[in-house]
Design a protein around this ligand. Structure first.
Ligand code: GLC
Length: 688
């Protein structure tokens, strides 16, 4: 059951699609109090309660024991001391011995979720405002609560099939030659590839919707030629619009009042990559429509996907901030520089970037009413992506366009995916990625992934390989890195063959990954699940932080520790461990329910097939267009007397006419595996 409670005059954020009437009585789940500006909810937790949710945050799958801030933040250092990164996903599940409850606070400003950090047995939620909707969901377990929540917030975004292939990115591909070189290397090494990303350098002086003619003399022809080779180019779009006379986007925006304004009606100025920029007011319907239409200029040149960035929005400095810092500087320098002065000097300039004071001085025009940015801050990235997606719907109504964003709020999952932003080439960030995928799936963000290999810092060869071994399971599988770091395309490494085998395995798994993804998107299920979602009674399973189920058929337990040649795993049921060195080279091992240590060499990828389940595998190919779905192998672990039906999903890969699932029914009769239902394709059977 979902219960909705009203607090004063909430803004319609667009997160929810199902109309649920308000409860007449107030809620009694939380104790609640207010002060001048905030609403504070508290609830006692039992010592063994587990708390799931919060989407894109740091720390574990179980959120217990830390304080999280819901306030989209451009922060490139994702360490455990941080409280907020790019997303604001205010959904939690409290799993108690007796009841499981879901909580969603639909509020676009700041919220602090203290989940037992101050006091281990107390949850304290501070909403920095008084106008919002609170939803309480009851269910028998975490799976049921999540499914109900997902029906409340609407269906998840589905990208085209090619977006499930391997994608190569780097901030540093400067021009057509650079991109060509990358494509050639992949081809020479025979490493599969579906797309190459264009970071900010493709633009003319970082101006959205422009292409630098010196770097890409004939962009349209270039896009076409790459596509003929099976490679899509995916350009970045940033939130800020460069202030430059003669630049059409800027001029139109100013003329029509489409940019966020200061209190005096002038357009707010923020420094980002292009220098001084204005921020489109995506919360203003006309401005949103206008900005969205600009994507057409690139679509008309053959582009089929985009990534939206810097949309928290990231602010390097504001004009007001600079003025204040300069005046502070003068004040500090009037005295001889002692140690206090020195640190004041450092802070003075360091605090220019992403300073939340700036959020109070610019405004959005929502249906004629002005809102200071800080009050609706968490919607900015969501509405940028919505603006693009609504435009795609008009430009090519029946074609899926790849779209994912850095900043997001619940509701955006209907319009695009997300990537988890500027992580680092650290082992701990593989684990963080595993944990983030689980929490993101609860909030509907199915098309997601990490910067594989790490964005910041120099990657190492073993880290890269281990990260790829996890990355082959994320729907968005993109290797991305920052411009001044070690180059990390797979062909740069002495372990390139192992990396190639890993990427090839991804392609072999695409029928499984795509089918599971579409099933999750269409039927409000999860692609990645923590173990307790399928074993809610298993107390041990609820504590597992580094293993995930994918769909109903497999479990993954990636290696995320330097030097490790194996790891401990917990199995809530009997499974078969398949260790792949490549698609064709594998070993099988039956494992019993309980704890096990498994050895996993650097070049091995472990996949656990669950009891009485089966998955499809096909031969790898150069790219998704060339995959042969008509020759398949079912890899099964079905015991004597048992049967299983896998729902295979196959369509044209780009249109929105979702077709029905194809059933592959298998049965083990006297230790012989046979079909109970077989589509008209070649299928071989391997039962382990
Ligand atoms: C931001 C993005 C990163 C991108 C860079 C340059 O840091 O998160 O992915 O490469 O900007 O555009």
């Amino acid at each position: 059951m979902i219960y909705r409670y009203n607090y004063n005059n909430p803004l319609n954020t667009g997160a929810v699609v199902k109309n649920i009437s308000y409860q007449q009585q107030g809620q009694d789940f939380f104790a609640q109090r207010t002060n001048d500006e905030n609403t504070i909810f508290t609830r006692k937790m039992d010592k063994d309660d587990i708390v799931f949710g919060l989407g894109e945050t740091l720390r574990g799958i179980n959120k217990r024991g830390w304080r999280y801030e819901s306030y989209c933040s451009d922060d490139a250092l994702h360490h455990e001391g941080k409280s907020a990164i790019y997303g604001a996903h205010n959904f939690l599940i409290i799993k108690n011995e007796n009841i499981t409850s879901g909580i969603f606070i639909d509020f676009p400003g700041k919220i602090i979720f203290d989940i037992g950090s101050k006091n281990y047995c107390l949850m304290e939620i501070t909403v920095f405002g008084k106008d919002f909707d609170l939803y309480l969901i009851s269910g028998n377990n975490e799976q049921e609560v999540t499914t109900q929540f997902r029906t409340l917030i609407g269906k998840s975004y589905i990208p085209p099939l090619w977006a499930f292939g391997y994608q190569q990115s780097r901030w540093g591909y400067r021009n057509a030659e650079d991109v060509l070189k990358i494509a050639d290397e992949f081809e020479q090494e025979g490493i599969p590839l579906d797309s190459i990303y264009l970071d900010i350098d493709y633009m003319q002086r970082y101006k959205n919707f422009t292409v630098d003619k010196e770097k890409f003399p004939d962009f349209q022809a270039f896009v076409r030629k790459m596509k003929e080779r099976g490679i899509r180019l995916v350009p970045i779009i940033d939130a800020g619009v460069k202030i430059e006379e003669g630049y059409e986007v800027y001029e139109e925006g100013v003329k029509n009042n489409y940019f966020c304004k200061r209190e005096d009606g002038s357009d707010f100025v923020a420094g980002v990559w292009p220098g001084k920029t204005h921020f489109p007011d995506f919360l203003n319907k006309k401005a949103s429509k206008w900005f969205g239409n600009w994507y057409k200029t690139l679509i008309d040149q053959g582009i089929e996907g985009f990534w939206n960035d810097m949309n928290e929005p990231a602010i390097f400095y504001s004009e007001e901030g600079i003025e204040k810092a300069l005046s502070n500087f003068d004040k500090i320098m009037q005295k001889p520089l002692d140690v206090t002065g020195y640190f004041a000097l450092l802070d003075n300039f360091n605090q220019l970037s992403n300073n939340r004071e700036d959020h109070k001085i610019f405004f959005h025009n929502i249906d004629g009413k002005l809102y200071p940015h800080n009050e609706v801050h968490n919607l900015y990235g969501f509405y940028m992506t919505k603006s693009a997606s609504e435009a795609f719907e008009k430009i090519s109504p029946n074609k899926r366009v790849l779209m994912f964003s850095r900043s997001s709020y619940i509701g955006m999952h209907r319009y695009g995916g997300i990537w988890t932003g500027d992580n680092c080439s650290w082992w701990s960030h593989i684990l963080l990625g595993i944990q983030q995928m689980a929490s993101l799936n609860m909030c509907g963000f199915l098309y997601s992934g990490t910067d594989i290999g790490g964005f910041g810092g120099d990657t190492s060869e073993d880290l890269m390989l281990r990260w790829l071994q996890f990355g082959i399971f994320t729907p968005l599988m993109r290797n991305h890195s920052a411009f001044n770091t070690r180059e990390q395309e797979p062909f740069r490494f002495s372990l390139k063959n192992e990396m190639k085998n890993t990427i090839e395995l991804r392609y072999s798994l695409i029928p499984f990954i795509y089918s599971t993804f579409i099933d999750a998107a269409i039927n409000d299920k999860m692609y990645f699940k923590p173990l307790s979602f399928d074993f809610p009674q298993d107390k041990r399973a609820a504590l597992v932080e580094d293993q995930l189920f994918i769909g109903d058929e497999i479990m993954i337990a990636p290696i995320y520790q330097q030097g490790a040649k194996g790891r401990y795993v917990y199995l809530p049921e009997d499974m078969v461990l398949v260790k792949f060195k490549s698609y064709g080279q594998r070993t099988y091992q039956r494992l019993k329910k309980g704890d096990s240590y498994i050895s996993v060499e650097l070049d091995e990828i472990p996949i656990f097939i669950r009891k009485n389940k089966a998955i499809p595998l096909i031969k790898p190919a150069k790219n998704t267009d060339q995959l042969d779905w008509a020759n398949m192998e079912m890899l099964a672990y079905i015991e004597d007397g048992e049967s299983y039906t896998f729902n295979l999903y196959k369509d044209d890969g780009y249109s929105k006419n979702y077709t029905s699932f194809i059933k592959i029914g298998l049965e083990n009769h006297n230790d012989e595996l046979t079909f109970t239902e077989k589509p008209n394709i070649n299928i071989s059977l391997t039962n382990i």
